[in-house]
Design a protein around this ligand. Structure first.
Ligand code: 1QQ
Length: 397
């Protein structure tokens, strides 16, 4: 009898231990590793890394900065990077690894809208929040309940560069448009550019198509120049976009050029060199935006990279900040380490859509759908140095 009772209590102890074990497996990794994992799925390799590189810089600065401020009520965050490379398969893979293996609370990524349309539905089905750091195509927040973005859409950002071009040269009449037909963002952006051109009563003299993988743009450039445009508008990515600028100038085009968001990086300087000079690009961030958080971000970036922070770094920093701020609010109400991971992800998604954030981009918030609400936008013009290798984005007042 005694022995039986002993066996019985041993059995109960086992059951309790086992269920405790199971529960902790479903919990956040905060208890075991003592940090809160935030997933970063951006392009670290391939041509898209020309854009993704700046995002890695932004999230690293964010990790250091927010941990120096105490992380999530004393628990540090940890950014976990998974390379999406330059295609949909790589992005889906990165998302799956972050969700199932790294057990992140939410994801920042991917770099391109083209890949967001394939990978975001994976996170949506798993009920894992996603913050697009640079996805600007129409339709991104509408992918699902768990998908939001800190990158203002093409419909809001792109027309600003046309306004500036018309201020610089009020004589502009004929406009040529070029776009990458194999990229979702480029297709979305060119639609907005073409609509803006029509609304401003300008003549759209030609629409030339190319692929983001092309390197030879002689046909498109010749077709464009023949029509004597006063303005050329390019929607593509960094390498192809930089090459188009170069080839247009080499063939003698002298008018203004607008580059879209895919060209919004100093990494194009190595491609079009001195010929990048004068290109106009609309911006959703200015290094000179007032406020403590931007001052801190800008200082940290300049210390590390010896130049002004670019838009993609500022947006990536902001995406991490949204998670940090929302988690801090949640943790004050209920210790997030006590929540099972699946519940934490669901609650985090609800919380992040509710708050207002003071970020390097200014004050931001979200619509119910996850679209960013942001107030200020800018236009910059590339100013190359006489060496033809270095230059900067000069903000137009
Ligand atoms: C998108 C973009 C990219 C060009 C930014 C890196 O705006 O894919 O939506």
């Amino acid at each position: 009898m005694k022995i039986n009772l002993y066996n019985y209590s041993l059995f109960i102890t086992f059951i309790l231990l086992f269920s405790g074990c199971n529960q902790s497996q479903n919990q956040t990794t905060t208890s075991s590793s003592n940090s809160i994992p935030i997933g970063i799925a951006v392009a670290q390799t391939s041509n898209v890394a020309l854009l993704g590189q700046e995002q890695v810089a932004g999230v690293k600065i964010a990790e250091k900065y927010f941990n120096s401020k105490g992380g999530i009520n004393g628990t540090p965050i940890k950014v976990i990077l998974q390379d999406t490379a330059g295609d949909e398969a790589g992005t889906i893979n990165a998302f799956q690894t972050l969700i199932t293996k790294d057990k992140v609370v939410g994801i920042v990524g991917p770099t391109l809208s083209q890949q967001a349309f394939s990978a975001d539905p994976i996170a949506e089905r798993a009920k894992v929040p996603v913050l697009g750091p640079s996805n600007t195509a129409k339709g991104i927040p509408q992918i699902g309940e768990y998908i939001a973005r800190v990158s203002a859409p093409v419909s809001i950002v792109a027309p600003n560069s046309v306004t500036t071009a018309l201020k610089i040269n009020p004589q502009i009449k004929k406009v040529a448009v070029l776009y990458a037909q194999n990229d979702a963002f480029s297709k979305s952006e060119t639609e907005i550019f073409q609509q803006t051109i029509k609304e401003r009563k300008l003549d759209l003299v030609t629409v030339q198509k190319f692929q983001t993988t092309d390197t030879d743009f002689q046909t498109q450039a010749t077709n464009t120049i023949k029509l004597k445009p006063d303005l050329v508008v390019i929607s593509g990515l960094a390498a192809d976009g930089g090459n188009i600028i170069k080839q247009l100038r080499e063939l003698g085009y002298q008018g203004l050029i607008i580059g879209g968001n895919g060209l919004n990086t100093s990494n194009i300087f190595a491609v079009c060199k001195a010929l990048c000079d004068g290109v106009l690009i609309a911006q959703a961030y200015s290094p000179e935006h007032p406020g403590d958080i931007n001052n801190a971000f800008r200082k940290a970036y300049i210390e590390e990279y010896k130049k002004e922070p670019p838009q993609f770094s500022a947006q990536a920093f902001t995406a991490v900040q949204v998670y940090v701020d929302a988690l801090n609010t949640m943790d004050k109400k209920i210790k997030i380490s006590s929540l099972p991971l699946n519940q934490l992800r669901i609650e985090l998604n609800k919380q992040l859509l509710k708050e207002k954030y003071q970020t390097p981009l200014g004050e931001i918030g979200f619509t119910q759908e996850g679209e960013i609400i942001q107030k200020e936008f800018y236009v910059a013009q590339i100013a190359m140095n006489p060496d033809g290798n270095s230059g900067k984005f000069a903000f137009i007042k």
